[in-house]
Design a protein around this ligand. Sequence first.
Ligand code: NAD
Length: 349
Amino acid sequence: MNQPSDKALVPFVSVDSMMRLIHSIGIDTVLTDLADYIEADFKRWELFDKTPRVASHSDVGVIELMPTSDGEAYGFKYVNGHPKNTAEGLQTVTAFGLLADVYTGYPVLLTEMTILTALRTAATSAMVAKHLAPKGATTMAMIGNGAQSEFQSLAMQAICGLTSVRLYDLDPAATAKCAANLANSGLDVVVCATPEEAIEGAQILTTCTADKQYATILTDNMVGSGVHINAIGGDCPGKTELAPGILNRSDVFVEFPPQTRVEGEIQQMPEDFEVTELWQVILGQKPGRTDAKQITLFDSVGFAIEDFSALRYIRDRIKETDFFIELDMLADPDDPRDLFGMVQRAKGQ
Ligand code: NAD
């Protein structure tokens, strides 16, 4: 067990520690707890500093910084999105994040966030589906069977009572991997040969593909009434998954409109296209699903507050555990103004 230290050491959760932490708690509990943390922060949405993420685009991908603060803690995530990476044996999305104390400005946590992003994205999807999906939804189409897909399926199972998932990916190897990983989940897993087959009988349609283009994963005629669409993959300018006709027939729910209008499915729509902010639905200020025939659409892009919630969760969970090491990443001279003297004294040590 790690003990607190007088030095300004910063707890660091490595990929290995994150995996051990998840197994010690249990992934279903992690997903459920994360959804609770995220929902709690959506309920205090107005007090957060909010800004669209800062994105640096290239021809092949994007690198983004996602900051926010609740006035007591400040957090940010570094994350990339490179759809071409998997062909080179690399992840499409990798991330790490930091939480700091607003009073001192000192970091209090540094952590891997590639796994944590998959967990928080899935927990957010399921928390939103809990509010918007048709009552008693049991079946989800999971289109795009890459890194996020198992997490998405398990979160819907743990939080929304999903019992069946229908998998489709352009690449059958991705679907086979996902099906094998979910084999002992308790979910009924159905491998499908086309997206049309995947959506048969599904009340929740999740799109989670990676392609840097205006793709059409769901065409207008594929989407019947009464479903909930969980659109995860369109999260960048020039990168979408849904035919615009679907957006016109749906009630669209978003995280932070200034970011989603640039990055989400609604980038295809006029600037004044009507959307509802999720935090208002969660607080009961705006309606969510109002009838069984309605198509609800979560135009997910991933917002900084969800990462902040995930960072808070990890900070709380690693206390009095050995799921972190302490990093000497802050210079901490005994006399705060004698930084140079500290450097001098280290000479020859
Ligand atoms: P990944 O590269 O591991 O998997 C993507 C899968 O999509 C691949 O298996 C690929 O074969 C498949 N695919 C591509 N085009 C397809 C098509 N036309 N039809 C069916 N399948 C297709 O990526 P990932 O880490 O699983 O992420 C998926 C997407 O989700 C990415 O675009 C990523 O940027 C996005 N994402 C969004 C959030 C969010 O908060 N909204 C968070 C994380 C990732």
